[in-house]
Design a protein around this ligand. Sequence first.
Ligand code: EZ4
Ligand code: CO
Length: 405
Amino acid sequence: MPDTRIIDAKVIVTSPGRNFVTLKITTADGLYGIGDATLNGRELSVASYLQDHVFPCLIGRDADRIEDTWQYFYRGAYWRRGPVTMSAIAAVDVALWDIKAKRAQMPLYQLLGGRCREGVTVYAHANGHSIDDVLDSVAKHRELGYKAIRVQAAVPGVRDAYGVPHGDKPYEPADGTLPREEAWNTPKYLRFMPKLMDAVRTKFGFDLSILHDGHHRLTPIEAASLGKSLEEFQPFWLEDLTPAENQESFRLIRQHTTVPLAVGEVFNSIFDCQRLISEQLIDYIRATIVHAGGITHMRRIASFADLYNVKTGSHGATDLSPICMGAALHFDLSIPNFGIQEHMPHTALTDEVFPHAYTFTNGLMHPGEAPGHGVDIDETLAAKFPYKRAYLPVCRLEDGTLHNW
Ligand code: EZ4
Ligand code: CO
């Protein structure tokens, strides 16, 4: 019998262009597993939660007991849920699945029941300072093979539309050593969006899947109005139109539009989407491995969603490390009700710090056949890039009122 006791755990914080927090767990028989613990803009809270509060209980535990360990840290904390706690639990969970799959000498998706499809359909981002910019970006991504593309454009007369890069740098929302202040105008946005969608459909037709992210900036009735005005362009989904603390607000949107709705990148628990799913108020649940309790809890969310015809559409921005991406691809491949996966490629430097087995071909990603989740960390290289404080922006209306974003 292998000695599966956990003998070491450490947190690695690195910033190869942006911050990532990684948990590494080692067992007595010499295996190790890694998990992503990155919470954009609040990274060090999760690092401390792991080091100060999880590690003392982790050392000596049996790495094979993944579900029991999940329950231990969820119930044992007494203070349940929340992004910091659930990201820390996710990191432990993913590291333990990595170890178990390495011990079994299988790619993780095999342990999760094997593949349900040939590959994982991913969507890319086309962002631009104008409609023409966006059309160029869509064309480029189509050439790269993407079958689904999210479109975000600067809105005329609005200083800061969501998802549009500042200058020529690739889009990266956490870009301030203090939070940048954005300025926003909803009526202008609502008038502009049908023009953007119309231009994309006119140029590329209806075979391409088109997505859009409202980034929590609308009220439910504004969201309903946007849905109605975009229905004729048949978007694949409209994402995060309104904040979802109040799950009932989606009922109002649903009464007015048949446009598919996606929400949940900020969710950390099945209880954040219980009503959204059981009342079929959404079509895609966007919770992710790193922020929603790891593979173990995401499987629970997906199974629950499957009962109500809700599919998954996990968040996959660059602040989720390659470890999360790798784990997500195993999960996506193995569940019956997978919908789509977001893919925002990391920089070459980040990919060097996190060597990985996953690949992209012709619009599909695949987690690869390496034992475990197939993502590693080069600790020597990681050590060269110390943590750099970085905040997400805040959003204000033109009169200065703090708004959602
Ligand atoms: O703003 O990941 O759909 N993707 C997004 C992202 C989020 C960031 C927050 O950390 O909305 O760009
Ligand atoms: Co989003």
